[in-house]
Design a protein around this ligand. Structure first.
Ligand code: FES
Length: 168
């Protein structure tokens, strides 16, 4: 156990190491997988593959098990994210009000698909399934700020608020 702990201390980000040390002193360290992933993502912005491997080693589980848990929750990101996070709701209420056309406009302007990040690392784009504000459909969220009744014509103006300069 001590060898594993030492190797993790050398490689995980410091804040994650601190939590990892606490986890190791508990009777069931595996039950702290999600808190460790939260801390890692808070610090790094996403779950770096090399750190996933270390956390798996620490908890005595496989890397595939960690990735499986991380993939189950939309919150966890396995790839680097852009400075700004864009979520388009494609739930039923938003879909029938034209969210698909809004999504198409975002893809056209940014040159990326759902689940991707622009090459300049400014924007990440994901699709959600109901953001809980159906009365405002179609709903777009940027860095946690909600935009309701969004039309394709509004997309460029919204993105410009977050540094989009167009023509990229
Ligand atoms: S379906 Fe879009 S907010 Fe509910």
């Amino acid at each position: 156990m001590s060898t594993t702990t030492e190797s993790i201390k050398m490689n995980l980000p410091k804040e994650v190491q601190v939590l990892a040390e606490k986890v190791l002193s508990r009777s069931n360290p595996r039950s702290f997988l999600i808190p460790l992933l939260h801390k890692l993502q808070d610090v790094e912005g996403y779950l770096k593959e090399e750190y996933i491997a270390e956390i798996a080693s620490l908890l005595g589980i496989t890397k595939a098990e960690v990735v499986g848990v991380a993939s189950f929750y939309n919150h966890f990101k396995l790839t680097p994210q852009g400075k700004h996070s864009i979520s388009i709701c494609l739930g039923t209420a938003c879909h029938v009000k034209g969210a698909g056309f809004v999504a198409d406009k975002i893809k056209e302007l940014l040159g990326i698909s759902e689940g991707q990040t622009t090459a300049d690392k400014q924007f990440s784009f994901v699709a959600a399934r109901c953001l809980g504000m159906c009365a405002m459909a179609p709903v777009l969220m940027v860095d946690g700020k909600v935009f309701g009744s969004v039309t394709p014509e509004m997309v460029e103006g919204i993105l410009c608020q977050y540094g989009y300069k167009g023509g990229k």
